[in-house]
Design a protein around this ligand. Sequence first.
Ligand code: GLY
Length: 379
Amino acid sequence: MKKEEIQEALDLAIRQVETNLPYFGEKFPAAATVNNLYPITENDDWTNGFYTGMCWLAYEETGNETFCKAAQSQVESFYQRILAHIVTDHHDMGFLYSPSCVAAYKLTKNERGREAALLAAQNLLGRFQEKGAFFQAWGPVGDPANYRLIIDSLLNMPLLFWASETTGDPIYRTQAARHIQTTLAHVVREDASTCHTFYFDPETGAPLKGVTQQGNRDGSIWARGQAWGIYGSALSYRILGDPSYLEIFRKVTDCFLQHLPKDQIPYWDFDFTDGSTEPRDSSSAAIAACGLLEMAGLLPEQEGKKYREMAANLIAALTENYLNRECIPGMGILLHGTYAKKSPYNGVQDSGVDECNLWGDYFYMEALTRLKHTWNPYW
Ligand code: GLY
């Protein structure tokens, strides 16, 4: 991708963020759009942090105080949310608090952001299961029907590493490292494809089985899960330096790339490819690109360059055919994402199918920022 193309796409994304600020006011966009328009909601889903993260990215890029002011006011909302425990009984504390409150602290030394993010990290610690050594994703803690981890959780771990760094208390780091080890040992299959969720025996902690929630079927490859695996293994390698995580990154990345259709943007599950009428999940390409760019900066020049080029190809493909260029208040940035698609074998209802979603928008902006220059991650 040429420099000017990156800048043009970033400018379009920032213009959409700016247009959306007065539209949402003190409220938040929903997780996914309806006809490419985000419904207006409260700060009560796992996705709100991406909205604030986009404000921070826009602020970093432009220096425009409007973005900073909006993000700081949202940080206050995140603080109130964790104090009042509003929809916080799940593991997604990192998705919520890294791009919002950790970013606020890193960029502006906002102490409220630090305090909120630490409360979120403590909340997540409470979901650690000694039997099995993992963070339980969903449901009441210890509930046998919910005794499982999910691959997405890898993105929640940087919050814990940051918490140890900022407090000097090693407990967050220790538990995060244990969770990563457990997760990567069980969700990555022999052929480097990944399963979405993995169950353990609540009595003994013994590993039981991989099961999908959002993928097409238990043995399939949910495209976004594979992308979480790419970014999650890259972050884990950066933080822990374990060479086995680099190996996993290489394998899960190869698997992702091998399953891409001609235009490089995954269908929502890799059971589907060219010729299918199933919808795409554009967000998977954006997430994978961020993982590739994260790892590119950690590797010797030649291998790093290879991953950087792969990321640039994904972002070029998104920019060519998936970028919303309309800029209407409330609209999303990246078209054709899929939040959840019901199949005869999975556990979800249709939601945000062939729509924009907040994480797709956020990771697309993050990838453009990373392509433009070296960037200090919120993760
Ligand atoms: N982390 C939830 C999802 O990717 O849909």
